[in-house]
Design a binder for this molecule. Structure first.
Ligand code: ATP
Length: 354
């Protein structure tokens, strides 16, 4: 189902929970709504579901405005964070429930339940009750139950939040695979950026009721449109006076400009590791943390602390080591604009033309 939302607003008393949000979602896409707690993600999802009505704005599913349709007529399936399974019903009973309410005939219900049990890998668990299942299995039942009436749009509200890290990881890949297989348009809410990056075709970053940016995980990572997005996705350090750093003096032309520096655009090392010392700052290693595949290194340049990675093949640095720091690029922001600045002192070590 194609989803088109225009100018969505929702207030709770004086509080603007959702502020003029517009977006469209192509059929079959998996969209992650990502943002800090209280940003408005669940409110958007609940309005799509018909569990909350917007103060203004249009919600259009497949060309039809659905604002005035009750939830059960919108063709949606809903998966909640806390499973919300019926405790006194078996796996089969839970999956069949919505179909019984819709008065499907018995044979068709049986067939559909069997199909979903198979699809969600729950064969052998049909007669169990929710308390006899693991968290991951329960969530798969919730998923099967939401899919049972053949919805056109699947809404998932933090579906894996209550599940421990390892299983959550498995469930994410499982969900991605399921959705690809079914081709069902899906929207899931999460505040876990790794989850959104790993699973979603596109991410919508929601903050203080606003849609800050919508795009593929890679677009959002490499080209953040607002300071909030740049700071929220990936690890980074915000530097108040970026013009004080070598290679970024020109930032002083725009008073009030801050810089955001990401670890992957910083190189650190001993003097002999650099050919272009005029473009490097000197700093002191203040903290080192082993991360399995690399070192995470914190380095102090005056009162600026930056974070970067160092590959395991290089010589190990120690806390207190004097190091050179080459900052390749920074994202600059003021209250009007944002842009990327390359280190102006970094020139090609060899002349290109003779
Ligand atoms: P979380 O990640 O914590 O679930 P969220 O981004 O999903 O957060 P929402 O649940 O949409 O955020 O809430 C947005 C804001 O609206 C919050 O400040 C919340 O307290 C407020 N809010 C949500 N529902 C209601 C309600 N029924 N009555 C009053 N305020 C509400």
């Amino acid at each position: 189902m194609h989803v088109e939302v225009t100018g969505l607003n929702k207030r709770f008393g004086e509080f603007q929970a959702v502020a003029d949000v517009s977006f469209s979602i192509a059929k079959g896409q998996l969209i992650g709504l990502l943002g800090p707690s209280g940003g408005g993600k669940t409110s958007i999802l609940r309005m799509l579901a018909g569990l909350e009505s917007p103060d203004s704005g249009d919600i259009v599913f497949h060309g039809q405005r659905v604002n005035d349709l009750p939830p059960q007529e919108r063709g949606i399936g809903f998966v909640f964070q806390n499973y919300a399974l019926f405790k006194h019903m078996t796996v089969e009973g839970n999956i069949a429930f919505g179909l019984e309410v819709k008065k499907w005939n018995k044979a068709k219900i049986k067939e559909r339940v069997a199909e979903l049990v198979e699809l969600t890998g729950l064969s052998g668990f049909e007669k169990r009750y929710p308390h006899q299942l693991s968290g991951g299995q329960r969530q798969r039942v919730a998923f099967a139950r939401a899919l049972a009436p053949e919805p056109q749009l699947l809404l998932l509200d933090e579906p894996f939040a209550a599940i421990d890290a390892k299983i959550r990881h498995e469930l994410r890949s499982w969900l991605r695979e399921m959705i690809d297989r079914l081709g069902i348009t899906s929207i899931f809410v999460t505040h876990d950026q790794d989850e959104a990056i790993e699973v979603a075709d596109e991410i919508m970053i929601i903050n203080k009721g606003n849609l800050e940016q919508k795009g593929s995980p890679w677009e959002i990572y490499k080209d953040p449109k607002t300071p909030f997005v740049a700071g929220f996705i990936g690890e980074s350090t915000t530097v108040e006076d970026i013009s004080a750093l070598k290679g970024f003096k020109e930032a002083a032309n725009w008073p009030g400009t801050k810089g955001l520096i990401r670890p992957e655009y910083i190189e650190i090392g001993k003097e002999n590791e650099f050919t272009l010392l005029s473009a490097t700052e000197t700093g002191k290693v203040s903290h080192i943390h082993f991360r399995g595949s690399e070192w995470l290194v914190e380095v102090q340049i005056g009162d600026i602390k930056l974070v970067t990675y160092r590959s395991l093949e290089k010589n190990v640095l120690q806390v207190g080591d004097e190091v050179h720091v080459l900052i390749h690029r920074a994202y600059l922001f003021n209250n009007k604009d944002n842009w990327v600045m390359e280190n102006s002192l970094k020139v090609d070590p060899l002349p290109v033309h003779i």
